[in-house]
Design a protein around this ligand. Structure first.
Ligand code: 5RP
Length: 231
């Protein structure tokens, strides 16, 4: 089965899970990325089942609004029943690497407001140890060179400033006006500790290790079909 078909499969399975386990009239948190796009499309016929959604990126907001979902600002809500998002990597504890799409800060905020995190991905994202996928950090632009030096000296990774895909000379700017540093060459044996330590560097807005608040449920697909794992 092609990877896109596997993504569509987990999107469909997540819709079934949510409609079965979440009562009508709740507010759902929505992540960002190609898997989530398929989830949004699959959830669209049920838009009125929800009071509304909180989105983790401008791209997801536009897609949700196009399908008729009411998108709340995070400041307008006090509780989110569940947060659904993809991942770049997920380990056997449900700890994730995220931020491939550059939406990590809002993803972490919305996820932290939710009662449960439902991760949807294909099995290529399952790893024993996080770090093969470059670790993204969103930073305040004026601190980026300083943070790059700290990361290289303290953690020994190779750090690169993210540029846009279509125009390699143009720096990628997040929805929050931040820049992204991608750190490759790390083997993250202690994700919670690393997540905490990176948060202490002045100028770091957010890092892509999601270990302190891991997934509660994983819906994962492979060529064998779809499986559900609860942590
Ligand atoms: C965006 C993310 C995405 O969840 C992650 O990159 C996975 O994306 P995709 O579903 O396209 O593989 O963290 O910031």
């Amino acid at each position: 089965m092609h990877q896109d078909e596997q993504k569509a499969l987990v999107a469909k399975e997540a819709v079934s899970l949510i409609l079965k386990e979440i009562p009508e009239g709740e507010i759902l948190g929505i992540g960002t990325g190609s898997t989530v796009n398929l989830f949004i499309d699959a959830l669209a016929p049920h838009a009125n089942y929800f009071k509304g959604v909180v989105s983790s990126s401008d791209a997801s907001t536009a897609r949700l609004q196009g399908h008729g979902f009411h998108v709340f600002d995070a400041n307008e809500v006090s509780s989110i029943v569940a947060y659904v998002d993809g991942a770049d990597e997920i380990n056997p504890l449900g700890q994730m690497m995220k931020g491939g799409g550059g939406a990590l800060t809002r993803e972490k905020i919305v996820a932290s407001m939710a009662k449960q995190f439902i991760c949807i991905c294909d099995s290529t994202k399952q790893v024993d140890i996080l770090g093969k996928f470059p670790l993204p950090l969103e930073v305040i632009p004026l601190s980026s060179a300083h943070i790059q030096r700290i990361l290289e000296q303290r953690f020994g990774g190779q750090v690169s400033l993210r540029h846009t895909k279509n125009q390699s000379s143009q720096i990628f700017v997040t929805d929050n006006g931040g820049w992204i540093l991608d750190v490759s060459g790390l083997k993250i044996a202690h994700p919670k500790e690393l997540e905490t330590e990176l948060n202490q560097i002045p100028g770091v807005i957010c890092n892509g290790v999601f270990a302190l608040n891991p997934a509660n449920t994983l819906i994962v697909s492979s060529s064998a079909g779809v499986a559900r794992i609860n942590y």
